[in-house]
Design a binder for this molecule. Structure first.
Ligand code: AMP
Length: 425
């Protein structure tokens, strides 16, 4: 006996059905347009890469690499991984195509699915979508500010004017070792109060203890040394320049000294964008400067900075705020015929409408005229073109405006002009 096939999609995945995809197209369009206003160009990388890229580019000690990757061996026994994020692939492409030889900075954006073996819950999926932006080749703090402003601008344009932007600097290779040491000295004596993961982090990655979500850890680490007290002069100046630039853009922020990115190739600016009132998963996006990532994955020491926005969370925030736009109907004109003998005229009208760039459709189910009108109603079509015996003999069409129920006859040659006139109203 053949085992019964599962007809539900894998856990943590979902379908975007046509009723929903309009929203996605709108959101993606808005993000693309905004990115292009800021001089970003799109990059598309494969959805899988050599596992090693993420081990090095995301970091061996991160939860993503330790617990959440979809890793598999292909038929030639290469270890491949479905991308859990987009930055490592961008860095790989930057090196592979020697983009560092081109005029810098290089500003890229991407949009697409990411994969993490996370515990699914509201706002958290195993296949989810991100919009991301990366700038390679400049350590100018104004680049940091511009990128943050673009992220805020995107969320604002999507209809969420209220935001909570958290900002910090994690220091650099010069000053972070002493901060790290100070953290270790503080954490060692209180080790017992920390969760299992954090106990390991003290040696591996002590900065990560700062953003542990565990309540016990949060309490235990109050009073812990602040990174700002360890910044070197360059880091202090960089951070000040970022904040001054944000002030000029009139983008408000909160300095949050617990906001960290734990890996050594992260430097200086770290930021996160929260949106109030959208539930527990209210982090819409985040990013940071990664001046040594390109070197880490095998390229020259080229600085970079980037962020990613989670599209599911952004879209659900927009929906909850009631900020979705009203979409135009999928079909603009519906052709209804009173009998099969008029189907050729229906096809003729369809062809003309579509050639003119109007979205048109007709009945293919042999419905009665009444049922065709009901279908037109269901499709929320603004215009119906009726073709029956009178119209066929006179060389005309009857136009019905669905909103006003007004009905009148026009010459066949006037079809396009008439429909356009109705649609602009
Ligand atoms: P990260 O790449 O972890 O910095 O995440 C950036 C953004 O992607 C987050 O702020 C979320 O909005 C979104 N995100 C991350 N993981 C998931 C997930 N498993 N499901 C849905 N959205 C996610």
């Amino acid at each position: 006996m053949v085992a019964k096939m599962s007809i539900t999609g894998p856990r943590g995945t979902y379908d975007i059905l046509p009723d929903e995809s309009r929203k996605w197209q709108w959101l993606e369009g808005l993000l693309r347009e905004t990115a292009e206003l800021y001089g970003f160009r799109e990059i598309r990388t494969p959805v899988f890469e050599h596992t090693e890229l993420f081990q090095r580019g995301v970091g061996e000690t991160t939860d993503i690499v330790q617990k959440e990757m979809y890793t598999f061996a292909d038929k030639a026994r290469r270890s491949l991984t479905l991308r859990p994020e987009g930055t490592a692939s961008c860095a790989r492409a930057f090196i592979q195509h020697q983009i560092y030889n081109q005029p810098q900075p290089v500003k890229w954006y991407y949009l697409g699915p990411m994969f993490r073996y996370d515990r699914p819950q509201a706002g958290r999926y195993r296949q989810f979508h991100q919009f991301g932006a990366e700038v390679f080749g400049s350590n100018n703090p104004f680049v940091d500010a511009e990128l943050i402003v673009m992220m805020v601008d995107m969320v604002f344009k999507a209809g969420l004017p209220q935001y909570d932007l958290r900002l910090n600097s994690v220091g650099c290779e010069t000053c972070r070792p002493s901060y790290r040491q100070a953290l270790v000295s503080f954490l060692q004596p209180i080790k017992k109060e920390l969760c299992q993961d954090c106990r390991k982090r003290i040696e591996l990655n002590p900065l990560r203890v700062l953003d542990c979500k565990n309540q016990g850890c949060r309490e235990a680490v109050t009073g812990l040394p602040r990174v700002a007290d360890y910044w070197c002069n360059d880091c202090r100046q960089h951070f000040t320049a970022v904040t001054q630039s944000l002030d000029r853009y009139e983008v408000s922020y909160t300095v949050d000294d617990r906001l960290v990115r734990g890996l050594d190739y992260y430097t200086n600016t770290a930021f996160e964008l929260l949106v109030p009132g959208i539930g527990a998963q209210n982090a819409i996006g985040g990013g940071g400067r990664y001046n040594h990532l390109v070197r880490e994955v095998g390229g020259p020491d080229v600085p970079g900075i980037g962020f990613a926005i989670g599209l599911e969370r952004l879209l659900s925030g927009v929906e909850e705020a009631g900020a979705l736009p009203v979409f135009s109907p999928d079909i603009e004109v519906y052709i209804a015929v009173t009998g099969r003998e008029y189907e050729a005229s229906a096809d003729q009208a369809l062809r003309e409408l579509r050639r003119a760039g109007l979205k048109a459709d007709r009945d293919y189910m042999g419905r009665s005229l009444k049922a065709q009108m009901r279908q037109a109603d269901r499709l929320q079509v603004p215009v119906v073109v009726l073709i029956g015996e009178d119209e066929a003999t006179r060389g005309t069409y009857t136009i019905r405006r669905m909103q006003t129920k007004e009905q009148y006859e026009i010459g066949q040659a006037d079809l396009i002009d008439e429909v356009r006139k109705i649609l602009v109203k």
